[in-house]
Design a protein around this ligand. Structure first.
Ligand code: HEM
Length: 466
């Protein structure tokens, strides 16, 4: 199936993600072309693996969430990765995929999964990628679901990438032709505070408490998360074991620490409600080794450190900036169990249900320990509340609404640019949104967040590679 402009409009009308009349025709054409190519990749993959299970856009959330969280394997919330197939899962780190540290001009940023991919050539080593390159690279290296990779990349293009080129940067600002203005912010992931990157991260400090730098690893934070995996203090760390439940519990501690130290702590955005907790879950679901002995996957201290570019032993860890690696003899999740968008929402939802205190929407009001929450019903026009949020498809609907509502605030551009961005994103999100049964959530007033200085805090960075 190819996307035509007409189809884009049709699909988005049906699913509620708007294509705006005043969007630039060229941008619409570009988005349709890119989306069409992505659909071709999906179809080719599906044809190759007819047995691949088709998942819904969101998955039912369990009643006994804490029990489920504790029992969850490193393969995710649905399919248990029982099979092992060395040929399918072995990840090459030789030849064209050999490790090379980034050169001066090559960009790296806040995401160790992307940095490692670029250091091994699974993403362009430059650190600037197209949607297609992202989909292919994430699928080959991590077996990330194509729907997930395409949505993550398309959002990056519109929110902090280059809409005209259809590219995005995994780190700082892209060098672009000064004659062609960037329609989005063009700041890259490193300076996407609140729009993509958010407070309460697993290893990076909150932007405000680190002079705007939320992309460099804090070794103290890494020490703390490393310790949740056990007491193996050897340099190898082979006996450490990390599970998603341990990370969900760690997320709660990190949030508490942020509230006590960051007067600008803010959590009222798609980035903090979905991306930040999802990133904790990505460590388990994408960095685990799915070996023959452990097909469901296990993550030890050694592989955790390799992916995060850390060497040394507890108490003496060193972060080697830009040196994130895919470990040798590492097996990714099997092709029969991709981790896709439905898994992301299920895993983030299970986390909130298992550790209800982690569902925080609001922020500190300019001093530490002043966290004030905004009611879910105020953001959803009274349609949802904290209890209803996890019924049916509601959580995924709420997340998409937060994402969409945030675009005008974060882009800060003229209306036409905002419309272009929304229209660009539509063909990537609409096929997924179309599968959800969503209540009418409507627009909410961003002034609800006026009391939180962290909402407006938006550091921009130097055009350095890290
Ligand atoms: C297209 C794909 C991806 C995009 C656009 C993306 C984007 C991001 C962004 C914006 C952040 C900052 C979030 C925060 O503030 O905590 C982040 C962090 C993170 N990502 Fe990714 N990511 C992608 C793929 C992956 C993959 C495949 C993995 C794992 C292999 C991964 C693991 C992580 C982790 C662990 C963090 C938190 C780092 C820290 O706090 O130290 N990501 N990513």
């Amino acid at each position: 199936m190819k996307f035509s402009l007409a189809l884009v409009t049709l699909v988005t009308v049906a699913s509620g993600f708007p294509v705006i009349d005043t969007a630039n025709e060229a941008v619409l054409r570009k988005a349709a072309k890119l989306a069409s190519r992505t659909v071709e990749i999906i179809e080719a993959e599906n044809a190759q693996n007819a047995k691949r299970p088709v998942k819904r856009a969101s998955l039912p959330l369990p009643k006994d969430a804490l029990g489920i969280s504790r029992a969850e394997t490193n393969c995710g919330p649905t399919l248990p990765c029982l099979a092992f197939d060395a040929e399918d899962q072995f990840v090459s780190v030789e030849g064209e995929y050999a490790y090379a540290a980034p050169s001066e001009s090559q960009i790296r940023g806040p995401c160790p999964g992307l940095n490692a991919a670029a250091n091994h050539g699974y993403l362009p080593r430059s650190g600037v990628a197209s949607i297609e390159e992202t989909v292919r690279g994430m699928s080959k290296l991590y077996n990330m679901g194509i729907d997930l990779a395409a949505a993550l990349a398309a959002y990056a293009v519109v929110i902090d990438g280059d809409l005209l080129d259809g590219t995005w940067s995994i780190g700082g600002p892209q060098q672009s032709d000064p004659l062609v203005p960037i329609l989005g912010n063009g700041q890259g992931l490193s300076y996407s505070h609140n729009s993509y990157e958010g407070d309460g991260s697993i290893g990076r400090l909150d932007a405000y408490t680190n002079k705007g730098d939320a992309h460099s690893l804090s070794i103290e934070k890494f020490e703390a998360v490393y310790a949740v995996g056990g007491n193996d203090t050897s340099e190898e760390g082979y006996d450490q074991r990390y599970t998603i439940d341990k990370f969900r519990s760690r997320f709660q501690d990190v949030q508490d620490h942020s509230i006590a130290t960051n007067p600008y702590y803010f959590t009222g955005a798609f980035s903090t409600v979905v991306v930040v907790p999802a990133a904790y879950n990505f460590v388990i679901n994408f960095m685990s080794n799915h070996s023959e002995e452990h097909p469901a996957g296990y993550l030890d201290g050694y592989n955790f450190k390799q992916f995060f570019g850390v060497t040394g032993s507890p108490g003496n860890f060193v972060w080697n900036k830009g040196q994130e690696r895919v470990p040798k003899n590492w097996y990714r999740r099997p092709s029969s169990s991709p981790y896709n968008l439905a898994d992301v929402f299920a895993d983030v939802g299970i986390g909130y249900l298992a550790y209800p205190e982690t569902l925080k929407i609001g922020g500190n009001t300019g001093t530490v320990n002043s966290f004030t929450g905004v009611d879910v019903s105020d953001i959803t026009g009274g349609v949802l509340n904290a209890a209803k949020l996890f019924e049916g498809d509601n959580f995924a609907c709420f997340a998409f609404n937060l994402l969409q509502q945030g675009i005008p605030h974060f882009l800060k551009g003229p209306l036409a640019d905002i419309n272009n961005a929304t229209s660009f994103l539509a063909p990537f999100l609409s096929p997924l949104l179309g599968k959800l049964t969503c209540p009418e959530l409507g627009n909410f007033d961003q002034s609800l967040f006026n009391d939180f200085p962290g909402h407006k805090y938006s550091p921009t960075g130097p055009a350095t590679n890290y």
